[in-house]
Design a binder for this molecule. Structure first.
Ligand code: C2G
Length: 129
């Protein structure tokens, strides 16, 4: 079974590791769409701290990740799922219900986020030092 997931994975932390680890355990291969810098800018009006090639390099180095590609647009999810022949789409539960429309082509699973850690919070802590 091929599992696909998406994310920015900026300032990589244990919450990211844990969702990828749990996503991988649902199948035999894990494909990760890493959001591009441009996609992030269009969503949040700021660029990630780490540029996309570095974020993708980190994700690609994980033992439970099979393949990494760049997610260039939120509108292309259906295409990415088909292109990568994914059987399961995994997202964190901050996206609960948001991707149910893809249930016609794959199983959609939302996993619980790891509590008390986020990139935004790390950035705020570092800023305050
Ligand atoms: N995550 C988690 N626990 C945390 C923080 C993040 O499980 N404490 C999960 C999120 O739920 C998400 C993944 O880690 O599934 C990546 O998180 P982000 O980088 O914040 O992803 P996001 O910017 O929401 O990008 O197409 C959708 C986007 O690409 C998702």
């Amino acid at each position: 079974m091929r599992v696909i997931t998406f994310g920015t994975f900026d300032v990589f932390h244990v919450g990211h590791v844990k969702i990828l680890e749990r996503a991988a355990a649902l199948g035999t291969e894990l494909i990760v769409g890493v959001s591009t810098d441009a996609l992030n800018y269009s969503k949040k009006q700021r660029y990630p701290i780490y540029e996309q090639s570095q974020r993708a390099y980190i994700i690609n180095s994980l033992k439970f990740v099979t393949e990494v590609f760049f997610e260039e647009s939120l509108e292309l999810k259906r295409e990415y799922i088909k292109q990568h022949k994914a059987d399961i789409l995994v997202m964190g539960d901050d996206w609960l219900g948001k991707f149910d429309e893809f249930n016609d082509i794959c199983k959609v699973v939302y996993l619980e986020r790891t509590p008390s850690i986020s990139t935004t919070e790390i950035i705020e802590i570092v800023k305050a030092i």
